[in-house]
Write a protein that binds this ligand. Structure first.
Ligand code: SPV
Ligand code: MN
Length: 613
């Protein structure tokens, strides 16, 4: 460590930080330790070193770089992401755990000597806005300048937040090593990829990986630690965007949060044109002094899926991705310094460099499978402040008051595009019953219907029953509960989607109006749905598009059989979960009864909205 780094380390005046640095430097044996304090110079250094070390390559557009993860390191690893479980404790069966002693021994031995020939960077960040009720200081140790550079874009700097701790140990810490690298600077031993989460010590060890969902401590690793912290302190830590909805011809902003499983339209909902974005992935929700729910973005950037970003469906992001600024693209196709991705709205070249190396059309990868030009989970990393639609309160230490919460699933044949819950607890039930077809964001098979409560299942580290109870309690404690909605953008008939991607703006503005009591709705067994006239008007006003009664009927009819089948699946899943609040079970039963009664009354399986009005 040189004098400059030593000075920065000592500058936070925190013995716990010094001990952690000393301990893992001793274990990982880097050639050098570099400490950053988040100054402009340090941010430039992080950016430059990613290129110097060969982890990123500049693209032709000013400020843009590309990073490739290894062929087998293209999504979040579930199998080897585990919670270290102290002896005598237990968690839900659905949570992947390993005995703490055994897990620690394994991961520490994998980290031993892992930084030989490399540098260990020590960086200070803050989860949530600085100096606020949301702030959690976070210390990152890594041997990857790509991880560091990503964090400098995605998170707020936290050197001052660490000073504010005044020597206290109330911070998260993350130890990451990409492990041994091959000639492409990719992790060699992905079979030894391990991500072990220690809730007691509020730390995560992650080794032999580079994909940001596995390696970037402050993202999905901190999410797990924060879920555990929130559980103890009675607030909520959610896999949610935060956005400001701005209706046509009215001067007001209404804040929504939304939880969608990966790749189900979460970022693009947060980026709907003429609305404003605060965050796209992780939110902390706390009760404010006025009895309302307040939300803050944990991050300051977006690590978004680039597939299907094109000038028609996502004009704001497309523009940001095609103009000069600091950003990282990962696992796209590059030809002559120009990036290409799937669904970008133009033809792709037939050869180039991608996550498999030198790529040609029609070739197979090392696993014998055809290689697409770019990976489906290819991503971009960008600061939200760079976007033209950033909300003016994006860094407000108070957070923003939440008026509505949206839960989005992905199903082709069951739920209507938008539905409002009957009450807070009914909304919590809807959220706990979210199902979604799996996508490329997680390693494994795609297109399988998976239960994903609150779209947070992959990250849950507290028993599911307790987590649901926390949600119920959070609403009960509030003087004004946000309204809860469910959306489904993926209804299909045959192979054809029933909605255009941009239609989500209509559902959003309907929800916004509901919050202000401006639309009546039709009560159905599953909740409130919009009236035809209202959405028809919104389609006309927003898109100058004719929305027919026939389209409405197809999209909003109550599909009793499918909905009951879903409830049966949910019932089975929760039958083996311990500690699930009775209110939840009651909602499952009552919703089923209402559906079956409707079937009896109408004598059919599919009931049109007008038959309910
Ligand atoms: C997600 O998959 O939910 C993401 C990307 O936001 S990752 O960082 O991989 O989790
Ligand atoms: Mn996410």
């Amino acid at each position: 460590m040189d004098d400059d780094s030593r000075k920065k380390l000592e500058g936070v005046k925190n013995k716990h930080v010094e001990a952690i640095v000393e301990r893992y430097a001793g274990l990982c044996k880097p050639d050098r330790i570099v400490v950053l304090d988040g100054s402009k110079k340090d941010l430039e250094f992080a950016r430059a070193q990613s290129v110097v070390k060969g982890e990123e390559t500049p693209l032709r557009m000013g400020g843009h770089t590309v990073h490739f993860d290894g062929y087998y390191d293209q999504g979040r690893e579930a199998k080897n992401t585990r919670v270290l479980l102290p002896k005598g404790q237990s968690l839900s069966k659905s949570i992947n755990t390993i005995d703490k002693e055994e897990g620690l021994k394994e991961v520490l031995s994998l980290l031993e000597g892992s930084m030989k020939g490399k540098e260990m960077v020590v960086a200070f960040f803050c989860l949530g806005p600085e100096n606020s009720m949301f702030s959690i200081p976070a210390l990152q140790l890594t041997d990857s300048y790509y991880v560091l550079h990503s964090e400098c874009i995605l998170y707020r700097q936290g050197y001052d937040e660490f000073k504010r701790l005044k020597g206290d140990d109330k911070f998260f810490h993350f130890v990451h090593s990409a492990g041994e690298l091959d000639e492409r600077k990719n992790t060699k031993n992905v079979d030894k990829r391990r991500i072990y989460i220690d809730l007691e010590e509020e730390r995560v060890f992650t080794v032999n990986n580079q994909y940001a969902g596995n390696s970037v401590g402050l993202k999905k690793l901190a999410l797990r630690l924060a879920i555990s912290k929130a559980n103890k302190e009675d607030w909520l830590c959610e896999h949610m965007f935060i956005m400001g909805a701005r209706p046509l011809h009215k001067d007001r902003v209404t804040y929504f949060t939304g939880a969608f499983p990966s790749s189900c339209g979460k970022t693009s909902t947060a980026m709907i044109p003429n609305q404003s974005i605060i965050g796209d992935d992780i939110a902390y929700l706390k009760k404010g002094g006025d009895g309302r729910a307040y939300a803050a973005n944990v991050e300051q950037g977006i690590f978004g899926i680039i597939q299907d970003i094109n000038p028609v469906d996502d004009p704001v992001i497309y523009k940001a991705l095609t103009t000069p600024r600091e950003l990282i693209m990962s696992n796209i196709l590059v030809k002559e310094g120009v990036p290409y991705w799937l669904g970008m709205g133009q033809d792709l070249p037939e050869a180039g460099i991608n996550f498999s190396g030198e790529w040609r059309k029609g070739m197979n990868g090392p696993d014998g499978k055809p290689v697409l030009p770019a990976h489906k989970n290819a991503r971009y990393t960008i600061r939200i402040s760079e976007l033209e639609n950033v909300d003016e309160k994006s860094n407000d230490p108070k957070g923003v008051p939440v008026s509505g919460i949206i839960y989005g699933g992905r199903d082709s044949d069951t739920s209507p595009p938008v539905v409002e819950s009957l009450s807070w607890s009914h909304g919590v039930f809807i959220a706990a019953a979210v199902e979604s077809e799996t996508t490329a964001a997680k390693i494994g098979s795609e297109g399988i219907r998976a239960h994903d409560p609150m779209a947070n299942m992959d990250f849950l580290v507290v028993p599911l029953g307790k987590y649901i109870e926390n949600h119920l309690k959070f609403g009960d404690d509030l003087d004004y509960c946000p309204r809860i909605f469910a959306t489904n953008y993926f209804l299909k008939e045959g192979d054809k989607f029933l909605n255009d991607k941009v239609d989500k703006k209509v559902w959003l503005l309907w929800m916004e109006g509901r919050v202000h009591g401006e639309y009546e709705a039709i009560e159905t067994p599953i909740g409130f749905i919009p009236k035809y006239e209202d959405v028809k008007t919104l389609f006309r006003q927003i898109f100058k598009k004719e929305y027919t009664k026939e389209q409405y009927d197809r999209q909003f009819s109550i599909r009793i059989k499918k909905l009951v089948e879903r409830l049966d699946r949910i019932e089975n899943i929760y039958a083996v979960e311990e500690g699930v609040p009775e209110v939840f079970h009651a909602h499952v039963r009552q919703q089923k009864e209402r559906l079956l009664e409707l079937k009896k009354e109408k004598g059919k399986e599919v009931v049109k909205p007008e038959e309910l009005a």
